[in-house]
Design a protein around this ligand. Structure first.
Ligand code: NAP
Length: 173
């Protein structure tokens, strides 16, 4: 199963403010920058519980009927009607093995802690980071400490009129 990350950050690399607020990101992604095409290419999402809580607070569930696996050691608040949500625990290796066995082909991994753990386990193949033109100084970082370097191959960087800069990388083994 292929694993991809598609994430928006401040220029200084934060995915949310310390309290989880996303107000520094443009509403609805700001302008088309490939998110719709990306989300259409995945058949499962794997998100951390904190990201799930953020998504639950949105006006509408954004993943239609695509299965969403929420990583958490605790019971989840119930999803809205129509959402397909399952709680999962385990190492990234176990999660990828389970989803592969269940026939999933392309998972979108999201949430800071969750992305970091999948990157550390060398289980992410594609990393797309869209920087929005703002520096927020502190917050929840996209990246954290790692035992050894993660080598990337730069595939493409595109700039958009509103100032978004999207860079796509292949994660090398
Ligand atoms: N800018 C963006 O594009 C973007 C994208 C995604 C998220 N965000 C924001 O980032 C924030 C969330 O990021 P985050 O770093 O706090 O964390 P996160 O990855 O969303 O959630 C972390 C939590 O997930 C659970 N978890 C993770 N791995 C697990 C595993 N292997 N087994 C069991 N449980 C596991 C744990 O929850 P329990 O304590 O329940 O066990 C952990 O505390 C939110 O504010 C969200 O809105 C921004």
């Amino acid at each position: 199963m292929k694993v991809s990350v598609f994430v928006g950050t401040s220029v200084d690399g934060y995915i949310a403010r310390s309290d989880g607020a996303l107000d520094f990101l443009p509403p609805d992604g700001g302008e088309p920058h490939g998110y719709n095409e990306f989300i259409a290419s995945v058949d499962a999402l794997v998100i951390g519980r904190n990201t799930y809580e953020t998504v639950l607070a949105l006006a509408a569930w954004p993943y239609s009927e695509t299965p969403v696996f929420v990583l958490s050691t605790k019971a989840l608040r119930p999803p809205p009607a129509g959402a397909v949500v399952e709680r999962m625990t385990g190492s990234p290796e176990e999660i990828v093995a389970t989803l592969t066995r269940r026939g999933f082909r392309h998972a979108y991994v999201d949430g800071g802690v969750t992305i970091q753990s999948f990157l550390r386990a060398k289980l992410v193949q594609r990393l797309t980071i869209t920087r929005v033109p703002v520096i927020i100084g502190t917050g929840i970082p996209l990246f954290g400490p790692i035992a050894r370097d993660v080598m990337l191959k730069h595939l493409e960087t595109r700039q958009y009129p509103s100032g978004l800069v999207k860079s796509e990388y292949e994660v090398l083994a």
